[in-house]
Design a protein around this ligand. Structure first.
Ligand SMILES: CC(C)(COP(=O)(O)OP(=O)(O)OC[C@H]1O[C@@H](n2cnc3c(N)ncnc32)[C@H](O)[C@@H]1OP(=O)(O)O)[C@@H](O)C(=O)NCCC(=O)NCCS
Length: 177
């Protein structure tokens, strides 16, 4: 199938927002999505963007049954490893179900790797849900290491409440006085 991959533009944020929700539905966590397309526009298309995004687009004649030509996306940003240096983190990779198996996912992933290399990143990292065997296989066949298996790493997060508690502690410690 004919498709092209290009950097997202501000006006793509509605499509990206739609697919973020599709991905969350697929992962059974739709209730967790709080972000709006306006926030994506603000955070991705400002002077110092917090993320970059690639879009997969098909020609009008191949549009989805619901009339969409933007059919996949990869959203990523840059991180830093104290062991290895510049790194790129793939937050989301998604292709609409009716377009899967056409090389779009591979195309998006390869492009993120290419862009990362251009920016001197030495590694590409991501997390994947345990039960998502299709995606785990997709990454494994392309050489991704499973750090949970090889290094026993756990993925941790402070949600807002506990982050607030930590932040309150900081003001009491007066560490910058
Ligand atoms: C994982 C995902 C991005 C792959 O996208 P894709 O466009 O189907 O990927 P490709 O066509 O490049 O490759 C898919 C692989 O599955 C095979 N495949 C064949 N038909 C397929 C189909 N109908 N659906 C899915 N995969 C199919 C392909 O041959 C290919 O195998 P390979 O690894 O041997 O090359 C896509 O399945 C997806 O969006 N899944 C739901 C969201 C998700 O899991 N995202 C990753 C979260 S970290």
């Amino acid at each position: 199938m004919d498709f092209k991959i290009r950097p997202a533009r501000k006006e793509d944020c509605k499509d990206v927002s739609r697919m973020i929700m599709d991905l969350a539905v697929f992962e059974n966590v739709a209730d967790q999505v709080k972000i709006s397309h306006e926030e994506l526009e603000r955070d991705g298309f400002c002077q110092n963007p917090l993320f970059e995004c690639l879009i997969a687009e098909v020609p009008e004649e191949h549009k989805s049954k619901d009339g969409f030509t933007v059919v996949g996306y990869a959203l990523y940003f840059y991180t830093y490893s104290t062991w290895k240096g510049r790194s790129v983190y793939l937050e989301d990779l998604y292709v609409m179900p009716e377009f899967r198996g056409n090389g779009i996912g591979k195309g998006l992933l390869s492009k993120v790797a290419e862009i990362g290399k251009e920016k001197q990143c030495v590694r590409l990292q991501l997390s994947v849900l345990d039960w998502n065997t299709v995606a785990r296989e997709f990454y494994a066949t392309r050489g991704a290491l499973d750090l949970t298996e090889t290094e026993g790493r756990h993925l941790l997060r402070f949600e807002q409440l506990n982050m607030d508690k930590l932040a309150k502690g900081a003001s009491k410690e007066r560490s910058f006085d």
